[in-house]
Design a binder for this molecule. Structure first.
Ligand code: 0RA
Length: 620
């Protein structure tokens, strides 16, 4: 055999894998052993996902080897550099697989996505048959080293690949494949790859099973819920968002527990991850939106209320999955959370509106869970409350009305504007909470840090309904919470921060329409004895074209108005313009903040350049 640089590289790769197998397949126990098989099966699954393979046959042989046969295109066999075939490179070079894949990403792929050369290195022997171009090719390897060259051993009109390997007893603690483990995974893969037929044959035990699903995870959820009482037919959808695919099946049952199975690129995410977080948020939001729209006196549900009896399968495909956690099976890609949340929200809401009977049954069931949960919580709180005295923030100028639906809380930026607002307000129903203005440097500091603990605490205790998971929209002390900031860039900035805070920590306040933005005028226009207050540039242009030359004063801040003007233009319910904040507004603000606070300076700069108009006028 010739002695080349490439030869040396293959040998050192082999050595590396055999020295530290755990680094590549997670261990040398039963899990690592099966990992070899998953790696080989995943290659065939990839071929199926690419649309070229409909049948996969897995055989657990008498001699302790396993083989995987597919009817795909066959591993490419053409010659490459230095007299090596593509096949040989795939089989012997670490991470060579991706080079031959024309797809942007490998959808399936073992936990470590290590490639079949690792399996080869950890096998006593491996034999590969490829049917392609009318021929049958064959090559044999031992402990990763080729023992024959790629030979033509026959003819065939078909295409496909057979990879057969015997795990090396020198490496593994156990080399006996377990039928139950293999069957379970192949069944799962058949559900996740609809249309493909996967046959499992165990020659050692004369056992055989065939797995096939035409409707994918829709069939999967049916089998999971067999024997349970179902509230409705499964909700199912499959969408592509940018480079991601999102496929979801959901069904509520009378069971008292929850089954949520999550997959990223066909890898089961035992510890969940960002796709599961997005799923829960979207589902909760959809149910609440439906309830708010169609059910009288609706009380919002929290994520906790919709768990009992929930069965769901979430399967996402994404270009570069990242995993973390104890067993490295928790998906951590942040972009997928939003994508899943918005698809789930939209599609589930659509389904609820089309299936009102089912929708009402589901919500009723969840409301029962909520009531039980709240009763338990109240009981706990009664004990706790006695030791706590609710204190309102010192800066708050509260109002006197006891009817929370008519009470209004103005959150005002800056001491001087706060002072004007206190003089201007109707103290019967309007409360003022001044907060520190000019909070600009959001770089890298967290939201809470930026808003400073004191400001956050003051807002939370003034609103009076807790925050986060504990937030209870029924306990809010004001029917309207109104953000009142200057009509300039800094004002827009603090407004964005506040919106993000409410979106993250008091979302129901927005969902139930209690959050508003005050619109102070941009200009005062005087013509003769008449005074006009103008709220936008377009309006100014319009007005001037009607009344002709006039005296125009631009308001830069709330502080420039005297209390009477502030009352007339911005606070008096008769004249003022309030913008009700929608979840979409707030989520846009959050996106903005995420980027503004993000690590990526380049991203941030680009974003600000592109969106400078929105940054200034987020609420219009
Ligand atoms: C890369 C390119 C092509 C096929 C495959 C990989 C392939 C790999 C495996 C591994 C097991 N079964 C497989 N089936 C296909 C396609 C090359 C072409 O024909 O254009």
């Amino acid at each position: 055999m010739e002695y080349s640089a490439e030869h040396i590289e293959v040998l050192s790769d082999l050595e590396a894998v055999r020295k530290r197998p755990g680094m590549y397949i997670g261990g040398i126990g039963i899990r690592g052993l099966h990992h070899l098989l998953w790696e080989v099966v995943d290659n065939s699954i990839d071929e199926a996902l690419a649309g070229f393979c409909s049948k996969i046959k897995v055989i657990l042989h008498d001699d302790g080897s396993a083989s995987v046969e597919d009817n795909g295109r066959g591993i490419p066999t053409e010659m490459h550099s230095l007299g090596k075939s593509a096949l040989e490179i795939v089989m012997t070079k670490l991470h060579a697989g991706g080079k031959f894949s024309k797809k942007a990403y490998r959808v399936s792929g073992g936990l470590h996505g290590v490639g079949v050369s690792v399996v080869n290195a950890l096998s006593e022997w491996m034999e590969v048959y490829v049917k392609r171009d009318g021929k049958i090719y064959f090559q044999r390897f031992e402990r990763g080293i080729s023992k024959t060259s790629l030979e033509i051993v026959g003819e065939s009109g078909e295409t496909g690949t057979i990879v057969r390997f015997k795990p090396d007893e020198e490496i593994f603690e156990t080399t006996e494949f377990r039928y139950d483990i293999v069957a379970h995974r192949l069944k799962e893969l058949a559900y996740l790859t609809k249309g493909v037929t996967i046959e499992l044959i165990d020659e050692r035990k004369n056992k055989r099973e065939v797995f096939h699903s035409e409707r994918g995870i829709m069939d999967y959820i049916k089998s999971l819920n067999r024997g349970k009482q179902k509230f409705h037919d499964p909700i199912y959808f499959h969408e592509r968002v940018d480079d991601n695919e999102i496929e979801v099946a959901v069904q509520f049952t009378n069971s008292d527990h929850e089954v949520v199975l999550a997959y990223a690129n066909n890898i089961h995410n035992d510890e969940g991850g960002t796709h599961v977080v997005g799923f829960r948020a979207g589902l909760t939001r959809a149910l609440n939106e439906y309830g708010r729209k169609f059910i009288k006196k609706y009380t919002p549900l929290s994520g906790l209320d919709i768990r009992e009896g929930l069965t769901a399968i979430i399967s996402v495909k994404l270009p570069e999955p990242q995993f973390e956690g104890q067993t490295k099976t928790k998906l951590s890609n942040s972009e997928i959370r939003k994508a899943v949340e918005s698809v789930v929200y939209r599609r589930v809401l659509e389904w609820l509106e089309e299936n009102p009977d089912s929708a009402n049954r589901i919500i009723e069931k969840c409301q029962t869970t909520r009531k039980a949960r709240e009763a338990a919580k109240k009981a706990r709180e009664l004990v706790k409350r006695k030791s706590e005295v609710a204190t309102l923030p010192g800066k708050l100028a509260d109002c006197s009305s006891r009817d929370s639906s008519e009470r209004e809380l103005f959150i005002v930026e800056g001491e001087s504007a706060g002072g004007s607002a206190k003089q201007a307000r109707d103290r019967r129903f309007q409360a003022i909470l001044p907060i520190r203005g000019k909070i600009i440097n959001v770089e890298k500091a967290g939201l809470m840090k930026v808003l400073r603990n004191e400001e956050v605490k003051a807002i939370i205790s003034a609103v009076g309904a807790g925050m986060g998971k504990e937030f209870d929209v029924n306990r809010i002390r004001y029917g309207k919470v109104i953000i009142m900031t200057d009509a300039d860039v800094d004002g827009a900035h603090i407004r964005t921060l506040l919106l993000t805070f409410f979106y993250r920590y008091m979302k129901p306040l927005i969902e139930y329409g209690h959050l508003y933005i005050a619109q102070p005028p941009l200009y005062r226009v005087r013509k003769g004895k008449k005074t006009y207050y103008v709220y936008s540039d377009a309006e100014l242009e319009d007005l001037l074209s009607r009344i002709g030359n006039a005296e125009v004063q631009r308001y830069k801040g709330l502080g420039e108005m005297n209390p009477e003007q502030l009352w007339e233009t911005t606070m008096n319910p008769q004249n003022r313009i309030l913008m009700k904040v929608t979840v979409e507004d707030a989520s846009m603000a959050e996106e903005l903040i995420t980027i503004l606070m993000g690590e990526d300076v380049e991203d941030r700069r680009n974003f600000i350049m592109e969106h400078s108009a929105e940054v200034k006028n987020l609420d219009v």
